[in-house]
Design a protein around this ligand. Structure first.
Ligand code: 5GP
Ligand code: ZN
Length: 142
């Protein structure tokens, strides 16, 4: 636990939350400033700042919980769709430095945007540049 982390304090029960799921690795609760009814945050119990900091078993458990919570959140608020995503690092907009997945139920004509809206100005990349980037990503994996 990180003493000054809001989400660690929520997992410890020191800050109240509307809890929707918990197991040995994962905790999930409603976002206090929801973008939609049913906006749910899914987090590891242990304090890790970024997705790539998660041990494999925690990452597996986190995705398994998201797999179940997406249809549950949609059903609870009668939403036909949802956006699911992580802000991963300060420059991406991550404000709470404890890994958390957002599940945001979506409705027809709700005025929101697709996840494509998160990027900055779109880069103009030719096919050779795309191939180089793909090669570098493939090579950078453990
Ligand atoms: P981020 O920008 O880091 O991806 O998102 C952090 C999210 O945590 C925000 O959507 C914010 O509303 C939510 N949040 C921040 N503090 C609290 C809190 O004390 N309780 C709950 N339930 N959500 C919080
Ligand atoms: Zn934490």
């Amino acid at each position: 636990m990180s003493d000054d982390c809001i989400f660690c304090q929520i997992v410890a029960g020191e800050i109240p939350s509307h809890t929707v799921y918990e197991d040995d690795h994962v905790f999930a609760f409603l976002d206090v400033n929801p973008l939609a009814p049913g906006h749910t945050l899914v987090i590891p119990r242990d304090h890790h700042e970024r997705l790539n900091d998660l041990p494999d078993d925690t990452a597996d458990a986190l995705y398994a919980a998201i797999h179940d919570l997406v249809p549950a959140a949609e059903a609870a608020v009668d939403a036909p769709a949802s956006n699911v995503g992580f802000n991963n690092g300060e420059e991406s907009g991550q404000e709470v430095p404890h890994v958390h997945g957002h599940v945001v139920p979506r409705f027809a004509d709700d005025g929101g945007s697709p996840i494509h809206a998160v990027g900055g100005a779109a880069p103009d990349l030719d096919d050779d540049e795309m191939a180089d980037i793909a090669e570098d990503i493939a090579a950078a994996q453990d």
